[in-house]
Ligand binder design. Structure first.
Ligand code: MG
Length: 278
């Protein structure tokens, strides 16, 4: 009997310990509750992260910063970094992957790769962010599968696939909106070839410890043409090509890196790119 009790204590202790460590989450708010008798009535009080619910003292609970939204849906809000707005000035925000002048071209207010021009990347570096980007695959359809309107946007090296996935079948985790090789999109919201499409992305970067272990994995929420296609998805590793049936693992990297767009040999064009650091 005594042995059983000892085992039970160890088991419950271990379960509590495991549960406690599993609950470690940076986004988990700390909630405290208590009651007080006011004018003979019981009043419930609650603080969330040390701030009283419905606190009106702005010294204790500052109001959110006012941001002016863009005029039309998709337009940059007042606090965004405009990475590309069709102007030659904003095109200067981009370089090749060595920081040199890109061979991409500016044409009719859009930027697009030229033959063997390679990836394009921002001069400024980013970590967790909200991104808006518009892209269009060639109106004249050429090729199929992965060879049709292929590009991609890379957040610290993690790719959201761009592809002409309008009546164009390929492996699900490589079609438009896929986290390449890791997660297919929830649905296929692709517009017809040649039409402008948008991605709105909320990306939270992975966190590594000093030894390069992943402390917190990256997450992606993605809207494709306004439709949810990735729902706060926890990325299990890298998205780099490692062969026909395998992608790269996590490798520790800097806290901020350039945003990149892929040149996959297809003339995909881009416009209206803006970002907000989170
Ligand atoms: Mg791609």
């Amino acid at each position: 009997m005594k042995v059983r009790v000892v085992f039970l204590v160890i088991f419950v202790g271990a379960a509590l310990f495991a549960g406690g460590s599993a609950c470690v989450n940076n986004n988990e708010p700390v909630i405290k509750e208590w009651t007080r008798i006011i004018d003979g009535k019981t009043v419930h009080f609650m603080t969330i992260d040390g701030i009283m619910v419905h606190e009106t003292d702005q010294a204790k609970q500052p109001l959110p910063v006012v941001v002016t939204p863009g005029k039309e849906p998709g337009d940059a809000p007042s606090d965004a970094v405009v990475l590309f707005d069709g102007s030659s000035e904003s095109f200067k925000n981009w370089t090749d992957t060595n920081g040199g002048q890109t061979k991409w071209i500016l044409k009719d207010g859009a930027m697009e790769p030229t033959k063997k021009s390679g990836y394009i990347q921002t001069k400024q570096e980013f970590g967790s962010c909200q991104l808006h980007i518009e892209w269009a695959t060639p109106e004249k359809v050429k090729g199929n599968g992965q060879g049709r309107g292929n590009s991609g946007v890379f957040f610290m090296g993690y790719e959201i696939q761009m592809l002409d996935s309008y009546e164009n079948t390929t492996y699900a985790d490589g079609q438009a909106g896929a986290l390449y090789g890791r997660k297919k999109p929830l649905i296929n919201a692709c517009r017809k070839p040649g039409q402008w499409q948008s991605y709105d992305v909320i990306f939270h970067q992975p966190v590594f410890d000093a030894d390069g272990n992943v402390l917190r994995k990256a997450t992606f929420t993605v809207l494709h043409n306004g439709v949810l296609i990735q729902d706060h998805y926890v990325l299990s590793g890298g998205t780099g090509w490692r062969g026909p049936h395998s992608v790269t693992n996590y490798h520790p990297h800097a806290d901020k890196l350039p945003l990149q767009i892929q040149d996959h040999g297809n003339p995909v064009k881009f416009r209206n790119v803006w970002i907000r650091e989170l």
